[in-house]
Design a protein around this ligand. Sequence first.
Ligand SMILES: [Fe+2]
Ligand SMILES: [Fe+2]
Length: 330
Amino acid sequence: MSQSAILETNRKCYVPIPVDVLAPDRAIPFNLYSRSSTGAIKQVCAVGEAVTAQSLRAWEQVGVSVLYVNTTDHRLYQAFAEKMLNELALRPDVPAPQKARIYYQTMRELVHEACASNHIEDLAAGPRDAFANGMVSFICEDGEALSGLLLMLSHDYYTYTHMVNVSVMAAGLAYRVGLREHDRLRDIASGGLLHDTGKTRIDPDILNKTGRLTTEEWETLKTHPGLGLEYLHQRPDLRPTELLIVHQHHEKLDGSGYPLGLVGSEISLEAQMTAVVDVYDALTCQRPYRPALSHEAAIRILREQAGDKLNAELVAAWQETIERARKQGG
Ligand SMILES: [Fe+2]
Ligand SMILES: [Fe+2]
């Protein structure tokens, strides 16, 4: 049996990574593979070798946006991606739209893998800060960054996409209302990334149910902020703002939220920001039981909730932020 045939039969052992994360002439600490249209897997770069600018161009020309690493090398890839994300904001050779794409695609893949393998701790370790720090530097240093990031958000219904979307949106909203302190913005971004961690502990049948949830299922779903807190607070490196976002993002100003029914300023400002973008993203994403709502319809719902349930100033600021991005995007 040929080498490629062996690899093809083991196709499920490979995880996709975005080509964009690779920099030209930089040695990689893992074997890298491509997949043909017939599904055959072929090694394109060996551990310790560098991907050339020529290969990157060739992949771009034929529309290859994803390559593969062996699952056993995923941790090596993760450490590599973390380093690349940290350096990315400072790379003058990468144009802003490409940077936005790299942050988003790389992080989606890492969150996806952490959720799929039930190793959310992989995410809570290094990559969350590499992503949050890099993205915040990018937003603060480049005028086009925020709009670029917001425009590329995908609107599928996967939890991992939602977690990355909420991270980008919450950091963007915080920036737009005037927060400039890097560490605070970073904590909002990383808190957004982790906000639904507790959902990885909920039965997928409940999360993906297409019909109406029973009272019992709904009560189970409502435990996810508490489960997330319970899980994450055991980690010594989690910061208070991140934990507040995880625990309070479903609280409502009038006390009708969960899990504690907090009222008004009992809810941290960072959690109030996360709540606004969490609702927006949930409405504008496709669901198994309904198509995505338009931006206009989602904003109408947010405005109905403004004041009683959601912070009205933050809703107005979010509308302005997203509409500015949409205008820039044409
Ligand atoms: Fe949630
Ligand atoms: Fe959420």
